[in-house]
Design a protein around this ligand. Structure first.
Ligand code: 2PG
Ligand code: MG
Length: 401
């Protein structure tokens, strides 16, 4: 037990230069601080990040309404704290107080409780036997909403399959470097930049990007001695317009898009595909899962938005076989945990994930271990991305000690 003595919320910067919120909680013998991230390709069913009046309105609500009630609560009473946040908000989607305020408060309470017990967050939440570290999944080429002038597909990802987490982290970063070198060779003299998450951005077709990604994965695999596999986040809701999937050079009906994605999975040997269909197309997800779900991990991000009810619908319909977990899509740790439990009970893999606008907060590294997630999507390089990756390396060291 460790009672909350003080709580502070402040405006801070995220990696895109936008304002976000950070919450600090001080207890008798513990301390926690968490900053909330923000998405660019947000799902329409996510909770609302901030009230209409912005981050300042969240800070004011925190000071006027949350602080007076949270002080004196036991920081380890996670459910009670999260229930209080819902009660104070009073809306179904955190539109009054902001989902980002809710998530920063909820997670900083958990961090404070863990610190009062003198254990790392992953152990406090996952127990003494939590020892599986999720495989880092990092993007090497980016487009869509994360990069102007890039591919239609949002993220070309790699996942290193080494036994040791640190080897996976270095393997993904090495593959990112290889992709940069290959791009410079392929497009001599062209401007090659980086997107919001540190992935390379270049004027490439989706197919050219896929070929280059696979070539880099093969080269890295043979040099490093473990497999580096290709994956995608298609973020398909972003180019689903008037009933069709519209790419720069082609468009598909939903049925044909299922065939198109299935052909990409087969041709490029994709290990995982996130958001291959529109966020409301449970049927398309189910067809694709039926077609390639035995050999490919099909992840619902905008489809499920870490929401228990939407996952329940997906389970009933056989849509996807994995779920992306982003705590700020749903707003509290309790809600996130319940969705993770439901996924596990129904054989869905979980992939814990960053947002495109991040801070140096490393909480998701701990959540991934506590939840027993299959993978953690948090980029391959860049300050706010390596904050999570380096924390995974520290957790691995702690587990081996
Ligand atoms: C996604 C995420 C993170 P955003 O679509 O999975 O990569 O992007 O945070 O912009 O929603
Ligand atoms: Mg996504």
């Amino acid at each position: 037990m460790s009672f909350i003595e003080n709580a502070v919320a402040r405006k801070v910067l995220d990696s895109r230069g936008n304002q976000t919120i950070e919450v600090e909680i001080l207890t008798e013998s513990g301390y926690g601080m968490v900053a909330a991230p923000s998405g660019a390709s947000t799902g329409e069913h996510e909770v609302q990040s901030f009230p209409k009046m912005g981050v300042d309105a969240s800070v004011k609500i925190f000071e006027d309404e949350i602080v007076p009630q949270i002080i004196g609560m036991d920081s380890s009473e996670q459910r009670a704290i999260d229930t209080l946040l819902h009660q104070i908000d009073g809306t179904p989607n955190f539109s009054r107080i902001g989902g980002n305020l809710a998530v920063a408060t909820s997670l900083s309470a958990a961090r404070a409780a863990a610190s009062a017990y003198g254990v790392p967050l992953y152990k406090y939440m996952g127990g003494a036997l939590a020892s599986d570290i999720p495989k880092p999944l990092g993007n090497v080429i980016g487009g869509g909403r994360h990069a102007i002038g890039g591919t239609d597909i949002q993220e070309f990802l790699v996942i290193s399959m080494a036994k040791k987490t640190s080897d996976c982290v270095f393997g993904n970063a090495y593959t990112h470097k290889l992709v940069g070198q290959m791009l410079k060779k392929k497009l001599p003299g062209a401007a090659i930049g980086k997107g919001d998450e540190g992935a390379w951005v270049a004027a490439l077709s989706n197919e050219d990007a896929l070929s280059l990604q696979v070539e880099a994965c093969d080269k890295a695999s043979s040099e490093l001695g473990f497999k580096v596999l290709p994956a995608l986040d298609m973020a398909a809701s972003e180019y689903f317009k008037k009933g069709k999937y519209v790419y720069k050079d082609k468009s598909f009906t939903p049925e044909k898009h299922v065939d198109f994605v299935a052909s990409l999975v087969k041709e490029y040997g994709l290990h995982l595909v996130e958001d291959p269909m529109d966020q409301n197309d449970f049927k398309g997800y189910a067809s694709l899962t039926e077609a390639v779900g035995k050999k490919c991990i099909i992840v619902g991000d905008d489809l499920f938005v870490t929401n228990k009810e939407r996952l329940t619908t997906g389970i009933k319909k056989g849509a996807a076989n994995a779920i992306l977990i982003k705590p700020n899509q749903i707003g509290t740790l309790t809600d996130t945990y319940e969705t993770v439990q439901l996924a596990k009970q129904n054989g869905y893999k979980t992939v814990i994930s960053h947002r495109s606008g991040e801070t140096t907060d490393d909480t998701i590294a701990h959540l991934g271990v506590a939840f027993g997630s299959y993978a953690i999507k948090c980029g391959a390089v860049g300050g706010e991305r390596i904050a999570k990756l380096n924390e995974l390396i520290r957790i691995e060291e702690d587990l081996e000690a």
